[in-house]
Design a protein around this ligand. Structure first.
Ligand SMILES: [Zn+2]
Length: 410
């Protein structure tokens, strides 16, 4: 194995990203919902590029693009996604796909490199129709019945209709061939401000946090808001508000260093200004990479609910509606990314968990996985103003290609 680093072509990476940005452009970002015309055009664009990396391209029956190599030796799978959130940023997804393409273009034709990088664009990472449907299909976790049931969260259009409208209905879905890949690597924008704040260039992802979700229900008594004296009210809305505040007071004493929690939706029933709500509900989410922390917080939630029920006028019930397993990134992948950062990013890297979900967490269920972050300007993402400095994009590509080279040479 040669120990001379082989370099990414930064200008080519920027040009490709800007080409993808023009497809479905919206202000300085893009609007490419899953199976929209600009999304499909982006998939076609990638499929056409793959031959430059000596890869055979296929778009499968769920909209995954896969480039496979006939070269002998180990195979490393790399990729991300090409659809976007609605009216969102240009780098969330395409950055990882273009880095993967670049690694394949640089390493695959090189006879000194044993093995090849294979490229994937996973469909619907952004969850217009479901949750990681493309990558989950690839690892064998999506049934035909799941596809029958999937609908666009905005329009309600079924996934079957969408697949047939873009000409993918009836195509076979490609599945991971066990043992083919030494692992999966994905690059992504950080979507937070940790790297920027620390003046760092590369995030070496240690884990992708799990997401736990709860429905917390408050039962009181619905009554007239004009005639019911304050002393005798059983106001479920007020009980909910107090509970929300109590969580914020008590969680910090039991949480981990990076635990985050959010009340994302509150509904009051019946939700009218002249009626005391008899029922209230909140959807509550906790993210962490340590299930022990979640256990502790979940017990605390139940304890608080019992306390509120016994003291107050309303009964409180906590129901877990989603349990997430955190995905740990492979140690050798972290080491390879860190070593590549030492060569191309002056060692300005940081090991950090990902608070956002990524396809790598799905691939990690069947193979070793690793992730690399580049800084997001102002920590902004899921908005059309999302951006990363060109110099950071280029440096990230150099680190990514070098990390792939090191993983193939292991
Ligand atoms: Zn993304």
């Amino acid at each position: 194995m040669p120990d001379t680093p082989i370099c990414a072509n930064g200008a080519r990476v920027l040009a490709d990203l800007n080409t993808l940005r023009k497809i479905g452009a919206y202000k300085t970002g893009v609007h490419k919902p899953t199976f929209s015309e600009p999304h499909m055009r982006s998939l076609q664009w990638l499929a056409q590029r793959l031959s430059e990396a000596q890869l055979a391209a296929a778009i499968d029956g769920i909209g995954n693009v896969l480039g496979t190599s006939a070269k002998s030796g180990p195979k490393l799978l790399a990729g991300s996604h090409l659809e976007s959130q609605n009216y969102a940023g240009w780098l969330d997804g395409p950055l990882g796909v273009v880095y993967a393409l670049e690694a394949a273009r640089v390493l695959n034709p090189d006879p000194a490199v044993a093995g090849a990088v294979e490229v994937a664009a996973w469909c619907d990472e952004e969850g217009h129709f479901g949750s990681f449907l493309g990558s989950r299909s690839y690892v064998g976790a999506v049934t035909e019945a799941d596809i029958d049931a999937a609908r666009d969260r905005g329009s309600g259009r079924t996934m079957r209709e969408a697949l047939s409208s873009v000409g993918l209905a009836g195509r076979p879905r490609l599945h991971a061939e066990r043992g083919r890949h030494l692992g999966y690597i994905e690059a992504h924008i950080e979507q937070g401000e940790t790297l920027e704040r620390g003046k760092l260039n590369i995030g070496v992802v240690t884990s992708i946090v799990g997401i736990w979700q709860y429905r917390i229900t408050f039962l009181g008594e619905q009554n007239h808001s004009g005639t019911t004296r304050m002393e005798i009210r059983k106001d479920a809305g007020l009980a909910l508000a107090r509970f929300c505040v109590a969580i914020d007071e008590r969680f910090p004493r039991s949480c981990g260093p990076r635990t985050v929690w959010t009340t994302g939706r509150i509904t009051l029933d019946p939700g009218a200004p002249s009626i005391i709500p008899g029922r209230a509900e909140m959807l509550f989410q906790i993210r962490d990479d340590n299930p022990d922390v979640i256990d502790r917080l979940e017990k605390l939630l139940h304890g608080m609910a019992d306390e509120a029920t016994s003291q107050g006028r309303c009964s409180v019930a906590v129901e877990r509606i989603r349990a997430g397993a955190p995905a740990m990134m492979d140690a050798a992948f972290q080491d390879a990314i860190e070593a590549a950062s030492a060569v191309f990013a002056g060692g300005k890297s940081l090991r950090m968990p990902s608070g956002a979900g990524h396809d790598a967490q799905v691939l990690a269920t069947i193979m070793s996985a690793g992730m690399l972050f580049v800084p997001s300007i102002g920590g902004i993402s899921h908005h059309w103003s999302e951006n990363t400095a060109d110099a950071d994009i280029v440096m990230g590509a150099e680190v990514f290609v070098e990390a792939c080279r090191r993983l193939l040479a292991r």
